[in-house]
Design a protein around this ligand. Structure first.
Ligand code: HEC
Length: 127
């Protein structure tokens, strides 16, 4: 017994509708959501260290690295001559150990380059 073509097409259409839609710009996570998802387990915003694993990241834009008073930075970051620009922050997030082998920030980036770029741009504007 052959299945009518109309029924086959119906099944096909149902299967296609069940596929997840490709992410559009509307559905992209906002930078603060990206920060919450991948950075905030170790970092707060603001400028006062609250004894999290990482230093607070408020006021980062154009600041020299390792400048939060009282935070125990690694020797590597303390002596690195980094200033937090968009390019430096991108390099840091995309490949932390590649940028600075002996840093104490243990991080493997899981964001796309586009998400990383939006996160970095947003972060540099936070207080
Ligand atoms: C597992 C904990 C952890 C996660 C997750 C993490 N970091 Fe860090 N981060 C650290 C630690 C620890 C340091 C201090 C590094 C050092 O002293 O070498 C640091 C340092 C930094 C610095 C340098 C700050 C300064 O004062 O110079 C920046 C910038 C930074 N992290 C950004 C981020 C961003 C953006 C994310 C998310 C994409 C992130 N980190 C995720 C732990 C983390």
């Amino acid at each position: 017994m052959s299945v009518p073509m109309r029924a086959l097409l119906g099944i096909l259409a149902t299967l296609l509708l069940a596929l997840p839609a490709p992410a559009s710009a509307d559905q992209a996570l906002a930078p603060e959501q990206l920060f919450a998802a991948v950075c905030s387990s170790c970092h707060a915003l603001g400028r006062q260290w609250d004894h999290r694993i990482g230093p607070p990241l408020g006021g980062l834009g154009n600041r020299p690295a390792a400048a939060v008073p009282g935070y125990p930075y690694s020797e590597a970051l303390s002596s690195a001559k980094i200033r937090w620009t968009q390019a430096e922050l991108m390099a840091w997030i995309l490949d932390t150990n590649g940028r600075l082998n002996d840093t104490s920030m243990v991080y493997q980036n899981s964001l796309t380059p586009e998400e990383t770029q939006r996160l970095a741009r947003w972060l540099l504007e936070q207080d």
